[in-house]
Design a protein around this ligand. Sequence first.
Ligand code: ADP
Ligand code: ASP
Ligand code: MG
Length: 437
Amino acid sequence: MKFGGTSVGKPERMQQVARLITTGDDAKIVVLSALSGTTNALVSIGDALAHGDKQSAKQKIDDLGGHYRSFVKDLLKEKLTLAKGESIISEHFEFLNIILKISFNEALNKDILAQGELMSTKLFSVFLEEKQISHALLPALDFMQIDANDEPYFDAIKVKLHRILQQHSDKHLFITQGYICRNSKGEVDNLKRGGSDYSASLIAAAVKADVCEIWTDIDGMHNNDPRLVKVTQPVEQLSFEEAAELAYFGAKILHPTCIWPAQQEKVPVKLLNTMEPDAPGTTITQEAGSEGIKAVAAKDGIIAIKIKSSRMLLAYGFLRKVFEVFEKYKTAIDMVTTSEVAVSLTIDSDIHLEHILKELEPFGTIATDKDQTIVSLVGNHITKTPHVLMKIFDSLSEVPVRMVSFGGSNHNISVLVPSAYKVQTLQLINKGVFGLE
Ligand code: ADP
Ligand code: ASP
Ligand code: MG
């Protein structure tokens, strides 16, 4: 069971989490995020330090400290546990204050980012102690690991986690941190923003859990982004492939790559609402349940690159040479479209853009469009949605669509639009494809 930031962000929410994890007799591993707002605050403390602005970093640390001190007072009622909670807060804020005095580097930044999950789990553990709920706190840094490519090192995670669980064979309830891990150098690292979902899926796969429950602040995966579109509705069932596509293409409710571990071990994933625990939510399994388009998601920060070359394009080996450039710079390609004279593709990172463009130059004329958004419609046998392409293109007649990708799989139709048109595109699709206004 994984609980996100808002699910643990207030003392009364922690109370609710305690209720949910003590329902039923099954053994449970509970993965917690940092309290809502904490990781954002830690990111901005790191940014201030990276810019040498110690005064602003100090102010942010003090503000966050104030928030935690009042949180602990509201959460813990007994003298002994309150003292424990206060000492946890002092220890972590002392650490942040020491960092102010030493020279900043990226490894230290990762240490800063880890403080949120360390504090939330320790405080929750003291809270359970106060309620006399037997449990063990498992340090994620002792088993969660990534390799030299920043990918989870699944075999090591599995072996280490099993070893730790064996040491607590008398317990049925385990609490651990989401998001944080160790890298191949043994340093503290993380699974990127939103990574607690990934932790939960990895743990569920490692122990072959009956189910991986992702508890959040909404009743499941909705058909559209509820932050941008007024009327959205939850999707009852998704296949692993559909959920993975939606997560990768921007549905914030799930970390972009968190589905594969659960999928690999066929552990069903449920998306549930901490504030509305009886709502059915979304079930993600091998089976898709129904056919047709189920949801749309959008991924920002996309760069389109067009390579125009009448001479070489359709010659065999040309695309391989183009793709090799991206492989060399470890840059993933999301969308590809070709014509007789040109190929367009998209990437989601500009870290190596300059080098990539330089190496592509000999292949032809290169043009780039930045600030693009991939809007992905996802479902099962999507062509079974009646008049699916007509509905999409009719809806988007006013939008300057830059690329279209269809037929890559049975699960996805993607269009690339300038980011300025993202909200409008999602709203038009909500009306034209889902019939919601
Ligand atoms: P948590 O802190 O629990 O991990 P997140 O903020 O990461 O929660 O994810 C939940 C949020 O994702 C929702 O509150 C909602 O605003 C947003 N969201 C974006 N797209 C979708 C979608 N298609 N379905 C449901 N929620 C979505
Ligand atoms: N606390 C981390 C974040 O805000 C991880 C997570 O919540 O999933 O990104
Ligand atoms: Mg999240």
